[in-house]
Design a protein around this ligand. Structure first.
Ligand code: FES
Length: 308
């Protein structure tokens, strides 16, 4: 059995590692989560499988191999084949018909495909499923999805999302006002919720009063553990124009994967596209007012309450 590199993030065992459409039965997909290499693929039944991306023979990356007609993954080096369900080696090409496949295998991991996201249980096949995140979105007339690798540590990115959402999110044509929050953060045992004003970005002949006439609000609900976040952009009647589900996972120490899906309705004859920035807004980071993120940490929250 392969030796695993110890995961770098303690306590959390399920992470979003891919969008559904990026995992196929034609080509394996290599992903890195919390410093460890995995290979994802679909087996013959269409189920997503996840194995450690390291052949048990000479550690070649299985993600460079292929998927066989039986739905096994085949190592690119000497052709050992593995079952995605168990990680067991099921075929070695140079064995004679009389020889049995020895009990080799690679580590296999639990996978949950739900609402277009692939969540990976990094504790193995029996990862605790109570940590699975909910990414369901209400159906609307437009849908879009994307992903970015962001050069910023995962935990710091989750904090930044709470303290300065405009540094992480973008809405072309509108500006998220980091310094204009509606009310205090709402804290539950598992989430923190903040709401910010959103201003129309002036352009062309847009009348000056447009912002007051058509105010927008951005409601952000961030899971304290940092796996996921939800964002809603609403108009002045409270109608949700855009809803976004975001998966956040640590790739390596200073690299975070952000994957999201969104649904939206036209507003003033166009769809506002809310998404995650490919590059964080450095100026906004510099001016981020650290407050809601402190509520992620119980000891810091207790201090705040004591000061108040
Ligand atoms: S390294 Fe994979 S089969 Fe030899």
């Amino acid at each position: 059995m392969s030796k695993n590199k110890k995961a770098e993030t303690a306590g959390l065992h399920w992470w979003v590692v891919s969008l559904s459409e990026d995992v196929s039965a034609d080509k394996p997909l290599g992903v890195i989560c919390d410093g460890r290499d995995y290979v994802l693929f679909r087996d013959a039944g269409g189920a997503v499988r996840a194995l450690l991306d390291q052949c048990a023979h000479r550690r070649a990356p299985l993600s460079l191999g292929r998927i066989t007609a039986q739905g096994w993954i085949e190592c690119p080096y000497h052709g050992w084949r593995y079952s995605g369900e168990s990680g067991s080696c099921v075929n070695i090409p140079n064995l004679s018909a009389e020889e049995k496949v020895p009990g080799y295998g690679v580590d296999a991991f639990a996978v949950e495909e739900r609402d277009g996201f692939i969540q990976l249980g990094t504790e193995g096949l029996h990862s605790d499923r109570t940590q699975l995140a909910d990414f369901s979105l209400a159906q609307k007339s437009a849908q879009w999805h994307a992903s970015h690798l962001i050069a910023y540590p995962h935990d710091a990115l989750v904090d930044l999302l709470l303290d300065a959402p405009g540094a992480v999110l973008q809405i072309p044509g509108a500006t998220i006002l980091n310094n204009h929050r509606y009310g205090e953060p709402i804290v539950s045992p598992t989430t923190i919720e903040v709401t910010h004003a959103v201003a129309w970005t002036p352009r062309g002949k847009m009348p000056k009063q447009a912002q007051a006439d058509f105010p927008l609000a951005l409601r952000l609900m961030v899971e304290k553990a940092g796996h996921s976040a939800r964002v809603e952009l609403s108009d002045d009647t409270g109608a949700v124009l855009i809803a976004v589900a975001i998966g956040l996972s640590p790739v390596k120490r200073n690299l975070t994967a952000a994957l999201w899906r969104a649904t939206g309705e036209p507003y003033r004859e166009r769809i506002l596209e809310l998404g995650v920035r490919a590059h964080l807004d450095a100026l906004e980071i510099k001016h981020a007012y650290v407050y809601p993120s402190l509520l992620r940490r119980d000891s810091a929250a207790e201090q705040l309450i004591a000061i108040a």
